[in-house]
Design a protein around this ligand. Structure first.
Ligand SMILES: [Zn+2]
Length: 73
């Protein structure tokens, strides 16, 4: 099972899970379509993979506390 969570001033901490990265992607995509429509599919894939730009966003500023990458759970 893969996990991820999103922290943003516009909503409380939200947890996502999926059997694998593809299922996790669909769960996150359903949320970002509503809450973060500016994120592209490739950006979401990069977030799951733990891209350097996302690690910075996830550990500092308004999104601090978000998962820096997908994790096993
Ligand atoms: Zn969010």
């Amino acid at each position: 099972m893969r996990g991820f969570h999103c922290v943003d001033p516009s909503h409380d901490r939200i947890e996502f899970t999926g059997a694998d990265d593809d299922e996790l992607f669909r769960d996150i995509k359903a949320h970002t379509t509503q809450a973060h429509p500016q994120l592209t599919d490739s950006q979401i894939r990069e977030m799951i993979a733990g891209a350097a730009w996302w690690k910075e966003v996830a550990t500092a500023g308004v999104n601090a506390g978000s998962s820096p990458s997908a994790y096993d759970r």
